[in-house]
Design a protein around this ligand. Sequence first.
Ligand code: T4K
Length: 393
Amino acid sequence: MFGAPPLFAEPLLVGRPNIGDRATFMRHLEGAFDRRWLSNFGPVVKEFEQRLAQYLGVRHAVTVCNATVGLEIAVRALGLSGEVIVPSFTFVATVHVLHWLGLRPVFVDIDPATHNVDVDAVRRAITSKTSGIIGVHLWGRACDTEALESIAREHDLRLMFDAAHALGCSHRGRMIGGFGECEVFSFHATKFFNTFEGGVITTNHDDVAHRLRLMSNFGFHGLDNTDCVGVNGKMNEACAAMGLANLDALDGFVKTNRANYEVYRRRMAAIPGLQCIVYDDSERWNYQYVVVELDQAAFGLPRDILYRILHAENVMVRRYFYPGCHRMEPYRSGAVGAVPELPQTEALSDRVLAFPTGTQTAPVEVDAICDLLSCTQRQAAVVAERCSGSSAC
Ligand code: T4K
């Protein structure tokens, strides 16, 4: 700080890729080269889909080139139209997909305890034009799927989940993947489990799976015939090779993330004003997002000052998901109607920080980050104490 070299010589990043065994990846890739079969439902993709379906305990796993396209295909496959209810506190892809497809995203607020959609707000947002709900299992913590399923049944709405963060996480003992009519996972490089780019749509509904497969391949049914509109949403063999190598390594990724998370959580419990996300032992987690809420009064500094201090020390925390989609373009200019007030979303997005973890971050580095946080908080408290009552401050 203040002219001294940063605490870390190299930046510690959120979202550093976890990479499984390179030889396994290369072996699958060599097979694809030998076969001269690189895309369009090759054997590596097929094996990857089978292993995913087995791991998640679902009937169908339809791989896609990324989760954004996966969400678009899912929205089309479920036949959503008009208005779709969605949280604003999410990565902007969830919302862009709807606007991109000509639908109207209807933003709802979140429950500050879970960061997921507030189910009462969902009920209040239903109109005669509502066709569906997209819940987002933020940070891998499941939405209140039971409440959302019952709202969907009651109002005859389609229900799907953006499960981009949730591979390897469970809800009431069941792996996320089989809730709603379908769920969409991201395998982007920054996710705890990656295929460079990629994703999968999971479902237990045979008819939905059929449409997903058609739509991810231009609607083709046979060589010269299309059954419906479609897009090129296919995963290729190289991405699936990465997926197979990373599936073998998945338990190790979780173990590493958990070790880091436990250091963060233990250390932050002793720092006033910081509240680390709780992943309790009642479920399975991937521990990918170490999300921390900062209480400015108790910590002594605003979130954005701490953000700058950490960046100056090469701890590249992220403000996921500031400022909330409804305060981003084109939504804040009213592209989908009046901009709603979402007090919980706005307050939470002003106080969150996501910290580095994953296989490129060691527990000893996490300890050093927490030393820095602790020291910063103590200094802030001293300055606040000295300034109290002083007109110069
Ligand atoms: N729904 C939700 C809830 C999502 O969070 C996402 C994606 C989606 C849907 C859509 O999924 P995909 O269509 O992407 O499959 C990143 C990711 O690009 C995005 O996938 C992810 N969510 C989002 C939360 O994070 P940015 O804008 O933060 O990316 P960027 O380039 O700033 O990188 C993030 C961090 O990762 C940096 O610290 C750098 C580091 N990084 C990144 C890459 C690509 C690496 O260390 N190595 C790498 O190869 O969006």
